[in-house]
Write a protein that binds this ligand. Structure first.
Ligand code: MG
Ligand code: MG
Length: 250
């Protein structure tokens, strides 16, 4: 069932989103060659805890990190490790969630480490701009399929593909609520969007095939063909005055 948020809940979700976005920004600023993904995870956890919140992902289904940090052909759910060191030319996806006063924020961003390939640059651009198109389609009165189709159609123009096995989601008291928010779909189809819905819109865009698989660690999702993947996510609340991306800072 889709939970519609009232004004008081939206006010708290904005706070949860701000803490999430700040933690992601801090980690992004620390991205450079030679840094471990564990270090980034520590920065994120420290900021979330210092802000009076809890890392949403820590212990979720047994996940060992506060953030998911995924490099290159790792799509999502990468486990932070002191042995995973960022290298020049990598692209790194950092996905953060914070739980504050009973509500979650969830946000992801893709960062380039030093000098990345032209393909990586194009992929990041495709993922980011498709993400913006998806959020722009999150309008009361539209349908769920309008979000996915806006994302997918845009990504196709680049010759890239959208991951289908993992999707966005409703968010609020639970990290993952109804509805599922696929990054593909048909315009005019699906659930009608209405004000008070909170949706985590999060395209995962692959340079090659859309197919992915999970590593034996039970978490890390990788592209099947070993090509790069990029990921963006905001927590969004639909209102009559436009969408509020709670996790967007600045
Ligand atoms: Mg996320
Ligand atoms: Mg999410």
């Amino acid at each position: 069932m889709i939970q519609i948020k009232n004004a008081a809940q939206i006010a708290i979700m904005k706070e949860a989103g701000r803490i999430t976005g700040e933690a992601l920004c801090l980690a992004g600023e620390a991205v450079k060659e030679g840094v471990s993904t564990k270090h980034l995870d520590d920065l994120i956890r420290n900021h979330i805890v210092k802000s009076g919140a809890k890392p949403s992902f820590l212990g979720y289904g047994g996940f060992p990190g506060s953030a998911c940090i995924s490099i290159n052909d790792e799509v999502i759910h990468g486990i932070p490790s002191k042995n995973k060191i960022l290298q020049d030319g990598d692209i790194v996806k950092i996905d953060v969630g914070a739980f504050y006063k009973g509500f979650h924020g969830d946000s992801a961003n893709t960062f380039a480490v030093g000098n990345v390939s032209d393909e990586a640059k194009r992929l990041i651009e495709a993922a980011k701009t498709s993400f913006e198109k998806g959020i722009a389609a999150a309008i009361p009165g539209n349908r769920l399929g309008d979000i996915g189709s806006a994302i997918e159609e845009h990504v196709k123009q680049y010759g890239f593909s959208v991951v289908r096995q993992f999707v966005g989601h409703g968010i609020g008291k639970e990290l993952h609520e109804d509805p599922s928010v696929p990054n593909y779909g048909t315009k005019g189809h699906g659930v009608r969007l209405c004000k008070g819905m909170a949706l985590a819109i999060e395209p995962m865009v692959n340079a090659g095939t859309h197919e992915v698989y999970v590593l034996p660690d039970g978490w890390t999702v990788k592209t099947k063909d070993g090509k790069l993947s990029a990921h963006y996510e905001h927590t969004n609340i639909l209102t009559d005055d436009g969408v509020i991306s709670t996790t967007k800072v600045n």
